[in-house]
Design a binder for this molecule. Structure first.
Ligand SMILES: C[S@@+](CC[C@H](N)C(=O)[O-])C[C@H]1O[C@@H](n2cnc3c(N)ncnc32)[C@H](O)[C@@H]1O
Length: 330
């Protein structure tokens, strides 16, 4: 998955290395047609810092090569550096990221609105974390894992993983959960950005259902520390789950007991828990916290299997950590 915000400079650098893009006139027209005049990007603008760096790089390359610069590129740069978002000193800025599929550029892109800072308003949930991309890549390798599954996600953040799963034709029922009111609101915003608004029949934050392409998308508050408040399984609903997913939720040792109890609670509320499994991708920032998580799983009678382990990719903010994907089951 290419996030235009994160990966565009890398893609551009690759283009410039390759012989066919030595034609700088061609490069300019590609940038004008596919970046500056692109309708999706005009509507869902990436982070201003990214746009500024991008335009600055282009101008510098063209200047170095004595290429006459198209005025639209200069004007875009001048407009941006004088814009209110660029001049603002507020540190709680939101922006869009448009994600394209690596495999199929014609696949519907996913639009995500997120905050620039990794921690905003006391939560880590308003920004996408690196393990999310790893789990998406892993799930892409074996499409059958998701096929016709009813999925619940824990600590869903801004909702990229779920929206990626819902892009697959075979996923018709996805439940996003999180504990923070702003995060739940942001999931709802992102669901509505990607699914037909006219068909959403209940968009309250607790249970937002979209009838888009007959997909049932729900958003529930689920705080691992307040399971008694949880309404997900009320009235016998959602007792037929196939998969639980989560990314980057192992960071606070004090939450690990509550998390494994939440898993037991979900398992005990299923009509047939034998078919249920939990796929979790975690950035191992602190070995001890990760061990606490595994010990608590063991206490609740869960087993696990390591499916994948990689050094975090260079686009992540934590390059020296491993990201591990586990399958957890009973
Ligand atoms: C580091 S963020 C990861 C967000 C997202 N999964 C991602 O990978 O981008 C951790 C998430 O766990 C959620 N969370 C933290 N404590 C929680 C709790 N007690 N119950 C439920 N969710 C919680 C946060 O609101 C946040 O969305």
């Amino acid at each position: 998955m290419y996030g235009l915000n994160q990966d565009c400079s890398k893609v551009l650098a690759e283009y410039l290395k390759s012989e066919e893009y030595k034609e700088l006139e061609l490069l300019q027209s590609i940038i004008i047609d596919f970046v500056l005049n692109d309708q999706i990007l005009a509507k869902y603008q990436p982070n201003w810092k990214f746009r500024k760096t991008f335009l600055k790089q282009i101008i510098s390359i063209l200047e170095k090569n004595n290429c006459e610069i198209n005025s639209q590129i200069y004007d875009s740069y001048i407009d941006l550096i004088n814009s209110s978002e660029c001049l603002s000193t507020k540190d709680d800025q939101k922006y869009f990221v448009v994600f394209f599929s690596k495999k199929n550029i014609n696949e519907k892109p996913i639009v995500i609105e997120q905050f620039a800072n990794a921690i905003t308003n006391g939560t880590t949930g308003l920004h996408i974390w690196p393990a999310c991309f790893q789990l998406i890549d892993f799930l892409n390798r074996d499409k059958t894992l998701l096929e016709n599954k009813k999925i619940l996600e824990l600590g869903a953040g801004v909702g990229l993983l779920g929206l990626h799963c819902l892009n697959s034709r075979n996923i018709n029922n996805y439940i996003f959960t999180d504990c923070h009111s702003m995060v739940l609101k942001q999931i709802e915003t992102n669901v509505l950005l990607n699914h037909d608004q006219n068909k959403v029949h209940n968009n309250s934050c607790r249970d937002c259902k979209s009838g888009d392409q007959e997909k049932i998308i729900s958003i529930y508050e689920l705080n691992w520390l307040e399971l008694e408040e949880c309404t997900i399984f009320k009235d016998n609903t959602n007792r037929d789950l196939d998969l639980i997913l989560a990314t980057d939720i192992i960071f606070d040792p004090d939450l690990m007991s509550a998390l494994s109890k939440t898993l037991s609670f979900i398992w005990s509320n299923q009509l047939d828990s034998r078919k249920l499994s939990f796929y979790i991708a975690s950035t191992i920032r602190n070995e001890k916290t990760y061990e606490t998580f595994l010990e608590n799983l063991d206490k609740e009678g869960f087993k696990f299997e390591i499916l994948d382990k990689n050094l975090a990719s260079s686009k992540s903010s934590t390059p020296d950590c491993f990201i591990e994907i586990l399958k957890i089951f009973k």
